[in-house]
Write a protein that binds this ligand. Structure first.
Ligand code: PGA
Length: 246
């Protein structure tokens, strides 16, 4: 019922030459496989158009962040309209690196979510607990609070045309993946929190997803794909993850 989605988060990596090379390798990889997962690529801002022009219709384009503001004197910020103008249809919102390194609170993340929604961009809302929070048994409470910040906006259908990515902070870029059971437990909880609309909302898992752990993660009932960082910079690895999501 829910189409699997695999999203690449390139973070702050690469050059134009690197991006072109990776895209060429991905194209080759996808051509010789027949996977039908939806694929989304989120490059750094300056490479949005380059990626958008290079990928075919089958691959969606997303940004890694956006401003909560519509336009104006906000030096260094990028608006939802600008992202749409560059061909993006998705945007990551509230990635844990934004939350922890750039001080994005639940409230600011909610404002960014609202800005994405108002423009027609599909937000990929990233949520998840730190190691300390998990060890204190607070995982579900933390995730519930992150979701509640969005619900409290009072938007008409916040979870329609929205993607949620559960990314335990302790699993991001560390090589430590949540076990399929740990991930499934939180995914099911998230889906319950989303209410009726949650039945069709894609909920992705993120945190050290690789070709060799993707199959067992995707086998879980409430895991609809992945948000992939490090492994999305290696064509063969990323294509294998996409194919595992079929
Ligand atoms: P990772 O990153 O796959 O390198 O752990 C995931 C993410 O930050 O979205």
């Amino acid at each position: 019922m829910r189409t699997p989605l695999v999203a690449a988060n390139w973070k702050m990596h690469g050059t134009q030459a690197f991006a072109r090379q990776l895209l060429a390798e991905l194209e080759k990889g996808f051509a010789s496989s027949n996977c039908s997962a939806q694929v989304l690529i989120c490059p750094p801002f300056p490479y949005l158009s380059l990626v958008g022009d290079a990928v075919g219709e089958g691959v969606a384009l997303g940004a890694q962040n956006l401003s909560e503001q519509v336009s104006g004197a906000f030096t260094g910020e990028v608006s939802a309209e600008m992202l749409l103008d560059c061909g993006a249809s998705y945007v990551l919102v509230g990635h844990s690196e934004r939350r922890s390194l750039y001080g994005e609170s639940n409230e600011l993340v909610a404002e960014k979510f609202a800005a994405a929604k108002a423009s027609g961009l599909i937000p990929v809302l990233c949520i998840g607990e730190s190691l300390e929070q998990r060890e204190a048994g607070k995982t579900l409470a933390v995730v519930a609070e992150q979701l509640a910040a969005i619900t409290s906006l009072g938007l008409e259908s916040p979870w329609q045309d929205t993607v949620v990515a559960y990314e335990p902070v302790w699993a991001i870029g560390t090589g430590k993946t949540a076990t399929p059971e740990q991930a499934q437990e939180v995914h099911r909880f998230i889906r319950e929190q989303l209410g009726e609309a949650g039945v069709s909302t894609q909920i992705l898992y993120g945190g050290s997803v690789k070709a060799d752990n993707a199959v067992e993660l995707f086998a879980q009932q409430d895991i609809d794909g992945a948000l992939v960082g490090g492994a999305s910079l290696k064509a063969e690895e990323f294509v294998s993850i996409c194919c595992a999501a079929d």
